[in-house]
Design a protein around this ligand. Structure first.
Ligand SMILES: Nc1ncnc2c1ncn2[C@@H]1O[C@H](COP(=O)(O)OP(=O)(O)O)[C@@H](O)[C@H]1O
Ligand SMILES: N[C@@H](CCC(=O)OP(=O)(O)O)C(=O)O
Length: 366
């Protein structure tokens, strides 16, 4: 059993084009359904990074193989992305789950100002129990600023949403020492350090012809994630359920360091609180033991003059600080909300009041 997997609370799963399409081209509904069944069965929050827009758009446009020129690829992506979302929408609906499309460019995941926008949207979708389905915004990306494959995009999204695990699903069941079709190539179950990759040949692209990056981009994605403290499992798409159940399938890239908690470290050690939120015992327990977000219902009193975004201390009935967090409301807004459930507040004051007072991602225990 892999505890890196079974203990993960937030997982980014990336699936490649070759795992979603039929041999004849076009989306394979059965494979989409099987993948979605596996994802919907996971107790973790899941962000799905899905390729396949270009591949799904080929058949409807009468294209026989993946075009080489960017404009035709973009036209195919434009047609295929809608079909892809329809397939996910229908497949997740069977589990009573809603999907949200998130199309990103390189800038959205690398520039800080954009990055925060993307993070907020993804986090809100997860809070609402929706499944974000991410792809590159192929129709607007130019050759120079394009990821092209989704492996690196998935690694950056994993880091962006503070995921505990990245799963790369492909048409190959693990990393091999060389071309998997050669009998001399051996399966690799664990990659613990970059040295474990020194003798591995990852150059040859996939034979299916619809994927783009082959193993090179997957190994690169694993490097980005593991150096950000996020372990990676590379496995075949039909093994998605086994992966998420923690079974030792595919290749596990162990994380190379602890997850840097730089922002939360700053919050705990380098900020002074602008106010205090007094918690009832139930809220203290929820924050401490379940690492839950703080909701208005668990707050009994507020001290200080702070604005939304400021650091505040969360204190217990004895006034002892238990956590520090970034508050989502101005001090003056809070008193009428205290002790009331988020459902009640939303009904009385509108959906903007459904938000948590301190989100769990912005909270550090003291
Ligand atoms: N060392 C290796 N180990 C495993 N697969 C490899 C290796 N080198 C090349 N490959 C090829 O990489 C392919 C997966 O890449 P790709 O087709 O881009 O997948 P996807 O569409 O899932 O992103 C496999 O089908 C396999 O043939
Ligand atoms: N954004 C593109 C991804 C291209 C692609 O084929 O990626 P991958 O299958 O992950 O190597 C698409 O949806 O078609």
């Amino acid at each position: 059993m892999r505890t890196q997997v079974t203990e993960a609370r937030r997982i980014v799963v990336k699936v490649g084009s070759s795992s979603l399409t039929t041999a004849a081209g076009g989306l394979d509904g059965k494979r989409v359904d099987a993948l979605v069944d596996a994802l919907a069965g996971s107790p973790a929050e899941v962000v799905l990074v899905s390729s396949g827009a270009i591949a799904a758009g080929l058949a409807p446009l009468g294209l026989l193989k993946r075009p080489k020129d960017l404009a035709t690829q973009q036209a195919a992506a434009s047609v295929g992305q809608g079909l892809l979302m329809r397939a996910y929408n229908d497949a997740f609906a069977r589990h009573g789950r809603v999907v949200g499309q998130v199309l990103l460019t390189v800038d959205d995941v690398t520039r800080r100002a954009h990055y925060r926008n993307a993070y907020r949207t993804l986090r809100r979708l997860l809070d609402l129990r929706a499944v974000p389905v991410v792809n590159e915004n192929d129709t607007v990306a130019t050759e120079e600023i394009r990821f092209g494959d989704n492996d690196r995009l998935a690694a950056l999204v994993a880091s962006l949403v503070h995921a505990d695990l990245l799963v790369l699903l492909s048409d190959v069941d693990s990393l091999y020492t060389g071309d998997p079709s050669l009998p001399t190539s051996k399966k690799i179950t664990d990659v613990r350090t970059p040295d474990d990759l020194l003798d591995i040949d990852v150059k040859r692209p996939g034979k299916a012809g619809v994927g783009t990056g082959g193993m090179v981009t997957k190994v690169e994605a694993a490097r980005i994630a593991t150096t950000s403290g996020i372990p990676v499992v590379l496995a075949s798409a039909p093994n998605a359920k086994a992966v998420l159940d923690g079974e030792p399938v595919g290749t596990l890239f162990h994380r190379l360091r602890e997850r840097p908690q730089a922002r939360l470290f700053w919050l705990a050690h380098a900020t002074s609180p602008r106010g205090r939120l007094h918690l009832d015992p139930g809220a203290v327990q929820a924050v401490r033991q379940r690492h839950a977000s703080l909701l208005p219902a668990g707050i009994t009193a507020v001290d200080g003059r702070f604005a939304a975004g400021d650091p505040v201390d969360l204190v217990d009935v004895g006034g002892v600080p238990v956590a520090r967090g970034l508050v989502n409301y101005d001090a003056a807004e809070l008193p009428p909300l205290l002790g009331r459930s988020t459902g009640e507040l939303a009904a009385a004051l509108g959906p903007a009041y459904e938000r948590e007072v301190v989100h769990r991602d912005d909270l550090v225990l003291l």
